[in-house]
Design a protein around this ligand. Structure first.
Ligand SMILES: [Zn+2]
Length: 318
């Protein structure tokens, strides 16, 4: 067995019953749009892009339970891949990331308008017109391993003021262009267009089942809503950014397993800096080595699977 698959982490947060939120007001289950009645941006808080990443569910249920209403514009709250969420099994907690197809790898027209009939793609089709309305979207995720939380976004000038305002998590990962096999939600339509104004970013809030991941998701969401003027600044001030300078990285490669014999050479968890030439993994007979200048390992897969992305490589920016 690969060293990556040996132990299960403690499960400090488990799925809440969200059935009370099933019927929203958009004609699509688990979607709620709150209108201020005043001009302003349409801002979306998106939870459960991955079914076993509970921090977004914690943040969205917090907003609903607290009765947060937008001061201006509109606020839409989405529980995205609820079918995957409802399949959570604590005995195999990594298996409910999606049902049949990764909801965060389908955001291109070929997939959305193609023949794929998986429940995950059907859900994406049901939600796409809602995401297309957004001026801004925060997509709340968590990580397999307990690595530092991170912001992930395109290196577009349009998103820099938001990224600076959020400030923390203090690891910022710039993802230039489509590098994954299948387009992630933050690169869908206008989000991925540097000339269009809508912005989207991912926050990886920590390990999937850690209590702190839910707390970080709430905190960063409140600062996100404050940036767009949707909540009072003194409320957001109760959720301050962490002190310290962000560490910035740029993703240079996203590696996809070509065989079912992909093996890491060490139990990497993410953010290891490896010298140029280091043997990171083997994929069948192929060796995966760090580029000459060295690299930082980002989000190695716990269970590498043929045809899926299994690892990103990044360069630290000065
Ligand atoms: Zn995720």
């Amino acid at each position: 067995m690969n060293a990556q698959t040996d132990t299960l982490p403690p499960i400090e947060i488990t799925p809440k019953d969200i059935s009370a939120y099933r019927t929203g007001n958009r004609g699509v289950d688990y979607v709620h749009t709150l209108e201020s009645g005043r001009p302003g941006p349409h801002v979306i808080v998106n939870a459960l892009t991955h079914g076993n990443e509970f921090c977004g569910m914690v943040a969205v249920t917090h907003l609903l339970e607290q009765g947060i209403r937008p001061l201006r514009g509109k606020l839409t709250l989405v529980f995205a891949n609820v079918d995957a969420y409802h399949r959570f099994d604590p005995a195999s907690p990594f298996d409910s990331r999606f049902v049949d197809r990764d909801f965060n790898r389908v955001w291109d027209d070929d997939t959305l308008e193609g023949p794929d009939a998986t429940v995950d793609v059907k859900r994406a089709r049901a939600l796409r017109h809602i995401y297309a309305e957004a001026d801004a979207l925060i997509d709340l995720h968590s990580t397999t391993y307990a690595v530092p939380p991170m912001l992930i976004h395109e290196p577009h000038a349009k998103i820099e003021p938001l990224s600076r305002h959020l400030h923390s998590p203090l690891h910022h990962l710039l993802l230039p262009g489509v590098k994954h096999p299948g387009r992630p939600l933050i690169q869908y339509g206008a989000f991925g267009d540097p000339r269009a104004t809508p912005v989207a970013l991912v926050v990886e809030c920590g390990q999937h089942f850690a209590r702190t991941s839910g707390e970080i998701a709430i905190s960063v969401t409140m600062r996100f809503l404050d940036f767009f003027g949707l909540i009072p600044t003194d409320l957001a001030a109760q959720y301050p950014a962490e002190a310290g300078q962000p560490k910035r990285y740029e993703v240079t490669d996203v590696l996809v397993a070509k065989t079912d014999q992909f093996r890491f050479t060490a139990p990497f968890i993410g953010f290891e800096e490896v010298p140029g030439g280091t043997l990171i993994a083997t994929d069948g007979s192929e060796e995966i080595r760090a580029p000459a200048q060295g690299c930082t390992i980002i989000m190695p897969a716990r269970r590498p699977t043929k045809g899926r992305d299994v690892l990103s490589l990044a360069q630290r920016l000065q």
